[in-house]
Design a protein. Structure first.
Length: 89
């Protein structure tokens, strides 16, 4: 049985019906995730709160899963690569 969005909602690409599949996080969201991970490792609570506030409007399941994986030090595939994000800090 195909995944169906509730209430005939639209997927990320405006599709109605079966889910279109997850899109990778934007460069902005991925950069914020990296900054949050760095702030967590430095135990900088003030910076963590500020970065999380900036992440809220961009946060979706994929972004949150990326944050979780990076905080746990898990290998992440299918997301923007670190070298692509070097200049967006």
């Amino acid at each position: 049985m195909a995944d169906v969005l509730p209430c005939g909602g639209a997927g990320r690409a405006g599709q109605v019906g079966p889910a279109a599949g997850p899109a990778p996080p934007s460069d902005e969201a991925a950069g914020l995730v990296d900054a949050i991970v760095e702030a967590v490792r430095e135990a900088d609570d003030v910076r963590i709160r500020g970065l999380l506030q900036r992440l809220v409007p961009l946060a979706d399941t994929e972004v949150l899963l990326l944050l979780r994986a990076k905080l746990l030090g898990e290998e992440v595939s299918g997301f923007p690569r670190e070298d692509r994000l070097q200049g967006s800090s």
